[in-house]
Design a protein around this ligand. Structure first.
Ligand code: DGL
Length: 270
């Protein structure tokens, strides 16, 4: 048994969708959430920069004594995961890309899978690579949807603006007849019903946050590192810029009220 917190890292507020899934499955766990709100968005940045920022975040979480780390940010998972293993000194490390890809590979029947995410995530082809590794011959089509994040952060996920934007981006999938679509960005589960309306009922939507929480629970159970508490876990929120916007906009992604968020400094690796 291990009562130390689980660290969840995201570029900003998006990781709150993963926090929700982790809390639903493991309500007894304490969580230390870190949002790099001073440097968000990561989705238009290079692999080098995203890796550097993510390493700084991981170092902070380790210094705070977490027992496991979830890289909730899809962009950071897609671009930086391979370079992090050496930085975590054996602490269990989870990204969202592999569990999301596993969910898609398990669900697709036709082998035609779509993935949406930030420009950097789609360009990295990380989801494509992992799905194809698990499902031989799969055809994985990626479309970057950069406007979804600001729309969701305005709280407009169910508006006409969201609908038009989704129709414009997602129409690129229609000629491919996909049967499964990975929502490969932390924010997109908040736009579930708009995406569902555009894609129709026959396309199965994969939420990597859900798949990741499942994997974290199984893995920590096997390692006997779950908390001994069954419920009542606490969340400590930390951010790298003013907490005010985080608390307000975070409310669009999470049902719990964020009363407190602490501003912290990340130390440069250089
Ligand atoms: N958290 C990011 C992701 O899941 C979206 C926001 C950003 O671009 O930083 O890819």
């Amino acid at each position: 048994m291990d009562n130390r917190p689980i660290g969840i890292f995201d570029s900003g507020i998006g990781g709150l969708t993963i926090l929700t899934e982790v809390r639903a499955r493991m309500p007894g766990e304490d969580i230390l959430y870190l949002g790099d709100t001073a440097r968000v968005p990561y989705g238009s940045r290079s692999k080098r920069i995203v890796t550097e920022y993510t390493k700084e975040a991981v170092r902070f979480l380790l210094q705070e004594g977490v027992k496991a780390i979830i890289i909730a940010c899809n962009t950071a998972s897609a671009l930086a995961m391979d370079d992090l293993e050496s930085a975590v000194n054996g602490t269990p490390l989870f990204g969202v890309v592999k569990p999301g890809a596993r969910g898609a590979a398990a669900h697709t029947v036709s082998g035609k899978v779509g993935v949406i995410g930030t420009e950097a995530t789609v360009r990295s082809r990380a989801y494509q690579t992992h799905v194809r590794r698990l499902k031989k011959g799969a055809e994985v089509i990626g479309i970057g949807c950069p406007l979804f994040v600001p729309i969701i952060e305005e709280g407009w996920q169910n508006s006409q603006v969201a609908m038009l934007t989704a129709q414009t981006y997602l129409s690129g999938f229609f000629q491919h007849n996909i049967d499964t679509l990975i929502l490969g960005c932390t924010h997109y589960p908040a736009m579930w019903s708009t995406i569902r309306q555009v894609m129709g009922d026959t396309v199965y939507l994969i939420n990597p946050a859900y798949e990741t929480a499942k994997e974290v629970q199984t893995s920590l159970r096997e390692k006997e590192r779950l908390s001994e508490r069954e419920e009542g876990g606490k969340v400590r929120y930390t951010v790298t810029d003013s907490p005010e916007r985080f608390k307000r906009v975070g409310g669009f992604l999470i049902t719990e009220t964020i009363y407190e968020a602490e501003k912290v400094e990340l130390l440069s690796n250089r």
